[in-house]
Design a protein around this ligand. Structure first.
Ligand SMILES: Cc1cc2nc3c(=O)[nH]c(=O)nc-3n(C[C@H](O)[C@H](O)[C@H](O)COP(=O)(O)OP(=O)(O)OC[C@H]3O[C@@H](n4cnc5c(N)ncnc54)[C@H](O)[C@@H]3O)c2cc1C
Length: 382
């Protein structure tokens, strides 16, 4: 270890929601671990991005001790209505059928990030305003940090990359689509139902968010740009035309933003002293609202392995075990969201009929519907 380098037992690159959640999950390890979080931002993100948290995720956030700070701003989803525009077939999933208070909750990414980062800063060395310029999966793992024009080295026996993707090599599928997100006012106000509507342009989700709708509308990049440029009245008219009147009359819009969509999966061979979690490991299309839910399951498994075998943490066997434990959930979620996008994102007539049949089948077979609803709200072991 070089004299100038700093060190910690666990170094987390990226203090976003996944990195912060991991720092919190490691707070009670015995013996205590020295955990350092390196976050590029200097202030909390003020981006409006609605996240649908599964019930399993809300229970995990409860275990981490942050749910009381989040729950007041989280809107419960008690029903999910799935349909396709201009064709038959729809399905409705209800919390009451699963005997749970809610299928999930809608929360703003900015609030979630800021709350988790504040809590993580209480239990770890959370350093903001530090951009990691590079890392090396060697023994010990090395991180180069930039600050005020100077570069500093940090060393660790377990490096966790939680930077949201960007620094690691990954297999990438570019969907050639953008998710347009916005907050939409409505008459009557949004209550506790979430709509997922498959349109020829792409899936359109309306999630209830404190009396308004959180919109996630998948469209071609040029269309996203055009929709972002419309005045409020024209935007509401365009949305009304695409969605119909099932959710009421759209009366205003704020916080419009466009996000390019990709499926990214990082290389799957184990690295010495290094693992990737959250969006750094896999970035999904938001069609099923599963990215952060999957990230929390990464966090949960990593914390479990660290508690179980802290001495071996970072060895190639240990990182291989972690990857193996996460492989099936990650592959299934990537396959599921990718399949949904492919099945529902074109207007070929026979496929439209098949989609309608699938939705009707889901709606008419209670056990199948319950299985689907449990998987979506509680994760793979639901
Ligand atoms: C439109 C849209 C809708 C979505 N809807 C849902 C949903 O309904 N449900 C759901 O579960 N998921 C959803 N997601 C996915 C969800 O946003 C991500 O899965 C989640 O943000 C992943 O968290 P993360 O911490 O891994 O990455 P990020 O949120 O990207 O955080 C990464 C952090 O790392 C920091 N960082 C980056 N580079 C560096 C560096 N070099 N040095 C130091 N710090 C760095 C960043 O500043 C940031 O704070 C959606 C995504 C989009 C785009």
């Amino acid at each position: 270890m070089s004299a100038a380098a700093e060190s910690a037992d666990v170094v987390i690159v990226g203090g976003g929601p996944a990195g912060s959640a991991l720092a919190l999950a490691l707070a009670d390890t015995v013996p205590p671990l020295r955990v350092m979080v390196l976050e590029a931002r200097t202030a909390a993100s003020n981006e409006y991005r609605p996240l649908a948290l599964s019930r399993g995720s809300s229970l995990f956030l409860q275990r981490l001790g942050v749910w009381p700070q989040l729950s007041a701003a989280a809107t419960p989803i008690r029903r999910i209505h799935v349909s396709q525009r201009g064709r038959f077939g729809r399905s409705q999933l209800e919390a009451a059928e699963l005997d749970v208070p809610a299928l999930g909750y809608v929360i703003d990414y900015g609030l979630l990030s800021a709350t988790l980062a504040r809590a993580a800063a209480q239990v770890s060395e959370y350093r903001s305003g530090l951009r990691v310029a590079g890392w090396a999966a060697v023994e010990p793992a090395q991180v180069s940090v930039e600050r005020d024009g100077a570069t500093q080295q940090v060393e660790t026996s377990l490096l966790v990359i939680a930077d949201g993707g960007g620094m690691a090599d990954a297999e990438t599928v570019d969907y050639g689509q953008c998710a347009l997100t916005a907050r939409v006012a409505c008459d009557p106000p949004a209550a506790d139902i979430a709509y997922e509507r498959f349109t020829p342009e792409g899936p359109l989700a309306l999630l209830p968010d404190r009396g308004q709708w959180a919109l996630v509308w998948t469209v071609a990049p040029a269309r996203a740009q055009q929709l972002c440029g419309l005045d409020e009245t024209d935007f509401c008219a365009a949305l009304q035309q695409a969605f119909g009147h099932r959710a009421g009359c759209f009366t205003g819009v704020s916080h419009r933003a466009s996000h390019p969509l990709q499926l990214r999966r990082s290389a799957r061979q184990p690295l010495p002293h290094t693992v990737l979690i959250g969006n750094a490991a896999q970035t999904l299309h938001p069609v099923a609202g599963q990215g952060f839910n999957l990230a929390l399951r990464d966090v949960s498994e990593l914390a479990r392995q660290l508690l179980e075998a802290p001495q071996a943490a970072g060895s190639l066997d240990w990182t291989a075990r972690y990857l193996a434990a996460r492989e099936s959930d990650r592959s299934r979620m990537a396959g599921f969201t990718h399949g949904l996008v492919r099945l529902f994102s074109n207007d070929i007539a026979p496929l439209g009929v098949a989609r309608g049949a699938a939705l009707s089948l889901l709606g008419s077979l209670p056990p199948l519907k319950r299985w689907f609803a449990r998987r979506m709200s509680l994760g793979p072991h639901g």
